[in-house]
Ligand binder design. Structure first.
Ligand SMILES: [Fe+2]
Ligand SMILES: [Fe+2]
Length: 318
């Protein structure tokens, strides 16, 4: 809808609105999937993967995780547009445009990593060189989660109601971006970042430190902190100001949890037990529901949501 004759405001945008602040934060924190992850870091990742006492099963689990996250970033890049079409406010639309751009950069990072690290390592190790789109990587539950997310987003084009908006945010921002992506990125830090969280009891597994991967994943994770914050704000508004029944939100989130858990389990091997990550995902979901439904709860300021500590955790990782 064109706003040229909109007389309801003086200035074009409201930098003090929450979406205006989020947009400024996105611009300020801009990064480049090529420039900011130097070639040398990816070369080092390659060498360290080749130096690791490895077996084929472990490498397969590693590239499965990368295939899953690359596909996930591609899917969210494609599926956000319907929300951009229904949002009315210019500050919201500006934020959303930054989000689509960021999802596209996340997709680009995983594509680059596959080309420059995964395939060269496979070649050098003399195992099958595969494509990141190979269907072998995608379990049913994962495909179903993204199919349902796409449907929830597209529903907005035909039936834009407060309930359907809440469901769209629940699928996209809360389950895919908050629970699934943040759990996966936490898992990457646990395995490949020296300072990452201590998740795996079995310290005997020889896991290389992959600084290039960790750097890219943590830049992505910081962006996701902002995206999730936006979705949380919107769902809280829908519940507390527009009378969306919190049961709808809770029910949607809980219905999707088994699919998240199936996706997380797809990256397990005999050596790597996925249970701690499934627990992390479940706790995260529970905490999200509390913040959404409690009228007194506060979402931290965007500066905190995007801040990373040494372990790769964001302020959103509560
Ligand atoms: Fe993303
Ligand atoms: Fe995102």
């Amino acid at each position: 809808m064109t706003q040229i004759r909109d007389t309801s405001r003086d200035m074009r945008i409201d930098p003090d609105s929450f979406a205006g602040g989020y947009f400024r934060n996105a611009v300020y924190r801009h990064w480049d999937p090529y420039e900011d992850i130097p070639q040398e870091l990816l070369e080092q990742d390659r060498e360290r993967l080749l130096d690791t006492e490895g077996n084929e099963e472990r490498f397969e689990a590693f590239r499965t995780a990368l295939a899953l996250f690359g596909a996930g970033e591609e899917a969210v890049t494609e599926d956000l547009m319907p929300l951009g079409l229904v949002l009315e406010d210019i500050d919201d639309q500006m934020f959303l445009s930054s989000q689509i751009y960021e999802e596209a950069k996340h997709t680009q990072f995983f594509d680059r990593y596959w080309r420059e690290v995964v395939n060269p390592v496979a070649e050098a190790e003399d195992v099958d060189v595969t494509e990141p789109t190979d269907q072998r990587y995608f379990p049913e539950g994962y495909v179903e989660l993204f199919d349902r997310t796409e449907a929830a987003m597209e529903r907005l084009l035909d039936d834009d109601t407060p309930e359907n908006r809440a469901k769209a945010y629940c699928h996209y921002h809360l389950v895919v971006e908050s629970v699934l992506a943040q759990t996966g990125y936490y898992g990457f830090n646990a395995r490949f970042n020296e300072d990452g969280p201590d998740v795996y009891d079995d310290a005997d597994i020889d896991q290389p430190e992959l600084d290039g991967l960790v750097k890219g994943v943590n830049l992505i994770r910081s962006d996701e902190g902002r995206h999730v914050g936006f979705g949380m704000q919107k769902v809280r508004h829908l519940i507390h100001e527009e009378d969306v029944d919190p049961e709808i939100v809770q029910g949607t989130l809980q219905d999707l949890l088994p699919l998240v858990s199936e996706a997380v389990q797809a990256t397990a091997t005999e050596e790597i037990d996925p249970t701690p990550l499934v627990e992390y995902a479940t706790e995260k979901l529970t905490r999200r529901i509390e913040i959404l439904t409690d009228e007194e709860a506060d979402i931290p300021p965007v500066e905190d949501l995007v801040q990373l500590d040494d372990t790769g955790a964001t302020g959103a990782a509560d």
